[in-house]
Ligand binder design. Structure first.
Ligand code: URA
Length: 206
């Protein structure tokens, strides 16, 4: 990976030029999130974690909440889960101009305990981010993200690895990359489902 810093590796790609007013509108929303004090997590965070990726992603990966590494870097999925996710993104053939990564919760919950009050407070930010970015495909990572986007959906282990039919952008859930590190069975499941995502994405464009 060379000597580039985490922020250099994960900053918004420069190969796509976005209109200045789009960049400004995104910055306004991002700054609003960074200044948020709507729930108690603002008291313990280092900083809010907003987004990484292009401002016009085809595929948007939706995680649960920043971990310790993300809280320190201010960038989603830069820790061990992020490394696994980035390998998968490479395997499905997405370039930096085609994807984005964000979380349901914008602030790290202490002990990584998913916080429902924070989820409710953050939800309008998620909806505004998705509306702004306009992805064709949403890839929720894990149960919390999947059920935030498909409240009536079946358990994540039933849904993962195939498109889930619903209105709006297509939904293709995966298990959480951290779950894939918990057992060999889940690691194999992750690998299989990533292959299925790649095949499905290619089928959409061929
Ligand atoms: N897990 C998540 O769900 N999101 C991150 O940003 C990091 C780990």
């Amino acid at each position: 990976m060379g000597r580039r810093s985490v922020s250099a590796r994960f900053s918004t790609p420069r190969s796509v030029r976005h209109p200045p007013e789009k960049i400004v509108a995104w910055q306004v929303l991002s700054n609003e999130i960074r200044a948020c004090v709507l729930c108690s997590l603002h008291q313990t965070r280092t900083q809010a974690v907003v987004y990484r990726g292009t401002l016009a992603p085809t595929v948007l990966f939706v995680g649960e909440a920043p971990g310790v590494a993300e809280d320190l870097a201010g960038i989603p999925f830069v820790g061990r889960s992020g490394q696994r996710l980035d390998v998968a993104i490479g395997q499905v053939g997405l370039t930096v101009d085609e994807f984005g990564v964000l979380n349901l919760l914008k602030c790290h919950p202490p002990k990584n305990r998913f916080d429902r009050a924070a989820e409710r407070a953050c939800r309008p930010y998620l909806d505004r981010q998705i509306a702004f970015l306009g992805p064709k495909v949403l890839v929720p990572l894990g149960s919390h993200a999947f059920h935030a986007l498909a409240p009536e959906g079946p358990p994540i282990l039933t849904a993962a690895g195939q498109p889930y039919p619903q209105e709006g952008p297509s939904l293709f859930p995966l298990i959480h990359p951290a779950a894939a590190m918990r057992s060999r069975r889940l690691a194999e499941r992750w690998d299989r489902d990533v292959v299925a995502l790649g095949r499905w994405l290619r089928g959409r464009t061929e």
